[in-house]
Write a protein that binds this ligand. Structure first.
Ligand code: HEC
Ligand code: HEC
Ligand code: HEC
Ligand code: HEC
Ligand code: HEC
Ligand code: HEC
Ligand code: HEC
Ligand code: HEC
Length: 453
């Protein structure tokens, strides 16, 4: 937590607690003319935004403010060069903090962050931010700005994204730092602290950009106790794209997550076993997630504890490398990170599923049938990996033949429905059984009770 947020010590916080915009504006004027933060570099100066050589600098702001100055985001009088900026806007920002837009595609003016972190940036020279699969997974060809990542719905009918209005609603109901005028990006990021993570791909923990909602004024990931290797000793990093010797993040030789922020704790600050979260994209409340409990297949409760979390796989599991011959020296008991499978902002795949996982390209065109299997086969052995005919993304072996198979091949129709010939059976929708917090009770009297995720 090196990046302690010092605005509090500048005497600003008591004023903000009253959330009075006018006072805030007055205080901001004070800060601009005050030499305090110019002399004491502090955490803001160490942030990507406050950096004197790569920090904020709006092209239109030609009135002498140095790169990194607060004035590139905050305009104290709602006036720039003697002309009104159209405001005043909340927090004396140079534009609307968040417009309240209810769904993607978003336009740059919907969110002040997009005005810089979008394809037509008001930041001098513009800003490139690739997605997780590219920056930390090494697979090129995805979106190149944050706005583009949220707007993949323009290119894929099954695309998904973190809906900003839903985040806004959830954060306002749950986090005290989050005001009615706040920005949904700020639920996950503190713009006064974020580090330049993208140029430090092999050490995103030291240059982290996220803050836990319960500790908004410090960064999460940079201190001891805040890495994936602290969440568990059993984290095996997936392969970097096109390599069988280097790992995520960034293609380094580190394989135990000691260079990765503990994104399991970060994401479960919201997605845990107790919060009810509504998704307007999906039109329902989200499934809850227990990434922490154990108990194998005898665990109970709602949601059931996931085996990709701290709950352990049982008897045997049929994994590809690097899991199959993990340097951790284990064959069961692995724990994965949410970001091994998910993007944080948006994806052309459903459910924020990454377009590359463990070095394998993952292209999912729907949520029915065996489509989700294209994700599983990045880490698990499909029939092709066992050398069976029928090939890629077929799953007969592990369900019917492997040592630990759950089902015998009898009365095919009760699970597969009708259709198929010559031993071929139409695939059953994986999501009937494989989803967060679920067992195989979909199979009715043939269910094994095994936990399927
Ligand atoms: C990259 C743009 C950016 C820069 C640079 C920036 N801020 Fe902010 N600031 C914001 C945003 C956005 C908010 C609104 C936070 C929210 O939505 O709740 C904010 C909010 C604030 C607040 C209200 C309290 C809070 O943290 O929410 C204060 C005080 C503040 N800024 C002061 C400063 C000072 C002083 C500097 C320079 C040292 C600075 N800001 C630089 C974007 C910026
Ligand atoms: C649900 C939490 C969440 C929300 C909401 C969110 N982010 Fe992020 N963001 C993350 C995480 C986690 C990372 C670190 C992983 C990464 O870099 O891709 C990240 C990384 C970033 C990065 C660095 C990307 C890089 O180059 O590696 C930027 C820039 C960013 N976010 C901007 C935004 C903006 C702008 C918004 C709002 C429009 C936003 N984020 C909303 C979680 C979030
Ligand atoms: C005035 C332009 C501007 C605004 C507005 C702005 N940013 Fe930035 N942001 C930058 C610049 C410049 C950088 C550093 C650029 C670089 O590293 O290439 C940066 C970097 C970042 C990073 C570090 C990631 C990285 O390595 O690129 C994060 C995270 C981030 N911004 C999030 C946000 C969020 C969230 C908001 C809105 C609350 C926001 N930014 C608003 C200009 C802006
Ligand atoms: C092994 C890959 C994998 C990992 C690791 C993973 N997920 Fe998922 N996630 C999925 C798949 C597949 C789906 C679609 C099935 C479902 O909805 O549960 C999904 C769906 C979701 C959903 C939408 C649930 C819904 O109601 O449809 C959320 C929220 C989510 N994941 C959050 C997380 C969080 C938080 C973590 C880390 C604690 C995480 N995921 C780790 C693969 C993964
Ligand atoms: C600040 C709270 C918060 C945090 C932190 C957070 N989420 Fe979410 N997430 C939400 C909300 C609210 C929704 C519902 C809106 C939606 O579906 O887009 C959601 C939806 C999702 C969905 C379903 C998206 C869809 O439409 O299918 C996935 C998957 C997901 N989150 C994964 C993650 C992962 C992975 C992380 C960590 C990198 C994370 N979330 C961190 C609040 C959060
Ligand atoms: C990032 C790699 C990765 C991906 C992608 C992945 N898994 Fe896993 N999965 C694992 C690991 C590692 C384990 C072992 C966990 C343990 O040892 O406790 C596991 C265990 C399991 C188990 C427990 C098996 C048992 O014997 O108890 C099931 C079931 C499972 N995965 C299903 C899936 C499905 C279905 C998908 C696709 C939707 C999927 N996994 C995608 C890495 C992955
Ligand atoms: C208790 C449920 C159940 C019964 C009964 C069952 N299966 Fe399956 N079978 C599965 C599951 C689950 C899978 C993995 C999902 C999938 O691929 O359909 C599977 C996969 C398959 C696959 C691979 C399908 C593909 O293209 O991916 C074949 C072939 C198959 N089963 C044949 C049979 C035959 C033949 C019978 C009857 C003699 C049968 N199964 C009975 C559950 C069952
Ligand atoms: C009727 C429920 C059901 C359906 C539908 C189903 N599975 Fe499974 N699957 C299971 C059960 C039960 C297990 C065994 C879990 C265990 O061993 O504890 C399993 C295991 C797995 C595993 C982990 C196996 C290992 O040992 O590594 C993967 C991967 C998997 N299934 C993928 C799929 C895919 C892909 C689909 C869709 C094409 C699918 N399954 C459909 C019930 C189902």
């Amino acid at each position: 937590m090196d990046g302690q947020y010092k605005l509090r010590s500048m005497g600003v916080m008591p004023v903000i607690r009253r959330r009075t915009k006018i006072f805030l504006i007055v205080i901001l004027i004070g800060l601009f003319i005050s030499p305090v933060w110019a002399i004491d570099p502090g955490p803001y100066r160490l942030s990507a935004h406050g950096d004197a050589s790569i920090g904020v600098k709006r092209t239109e702001r030609t009135d002498g403010y140095a790169r990194g100055n607060c004035a590139h985001c905050h305009e104290q009088h709602g006036v720039i060069g003697g002309v009104s900026n159209g405001g005043p806007y909340a927090f004396a920002l140079f534009s609307t903090n968040f417009s309240g837009a209810s769904s993607a595609p978003y336009s740059a003016s919907n969110d002040v962050c997009f005005l810089c972190h979008g394809p037509s940036s008001v930041q001098e020279g513009g800003i490139i931010n690739y997605d997780y699969s590219e920056t930390y997974g090494g697979y090129t060809g995805g979106p190149s700005t944050i706005l583009d990542a949220f707007n993949l719905v323009n290119t894929s009918s099954v695309a998904s994204y973190h809906n900003l209005k839903d985040i806004y609603n959830f954060a306002q109901n749950n986090f005290s730092f989050f005001t009615a005028s706040s920005n949904p990006c700020v639920a996950c990021h503190n713009p006064h602290l974020v580090k330049r993570i993208k140029t430090n791909q092999t050490d995103p923990a030291s240059y982290t950009v996220v803050s836990l909602p319960s500790a908004h004024n410090t960064l999460w990931g940079d201190d001891s106790g805040e890495k994936m290797s602290d969440f568990t000793n059993y984290y095996q990093a997936p392969y970097y794209y096109n390599s069988s010797t280097s790992y995520e993040p960034g293609g380094s030789s580190t394989y135990n997550g000691s260079n990765l922020p503990d994104y399991a704790t970060f994401c479960t600050a919201c997605h845990n076993a107790t919060n009810t979260i509504y998704s307007s994209n999906l039109g329902r409340n989200l499934r809850q997630i227990d990434w922490f409990s154990g108990g194998g297949d005898s665990a109970s409760g709602t949601p059931l504890p996931d085996k990709h979390g701290k709950n352990s796989a049982t008897v045997s599991v049929h994994l590809k490398n690097p899991f199959a011959s993990s340097q951790l020296g284990i064959t069961l008991g692995f724990v994965t990170s949410c970001t091994d499978c998910h993007e944080p902002h948006g994806s052309a795949n459903p459910f924020l599923i990454r377009r590359e996982v463990n070095g394998t390209i993952v292209s999912i065109s729907g949520t029915d049938s065996n489509q989700i299997g294209y994700l599983c086969r990045a880490c698990h052995k499909d029939d092709a990996a066992f050398g069976l005919s029928g090939g890629e993304n077929r799953w007969e072996y592990i369900h019917h033949i492997a040592d630990d198979h759950p089902y015998i091949e009898k009365q095919c129709g009760s699970c597969h429905g009708s259709g198929g010939g010559g031993g071929g059976k139409p695939p059953i929708s994986c999501l009937n059984c494989h989803k967060h917090g679920s067992d195989d009770s979909w199979a009715g009297y043939k269910a094994t009770g095994r936990i399927c995720f």
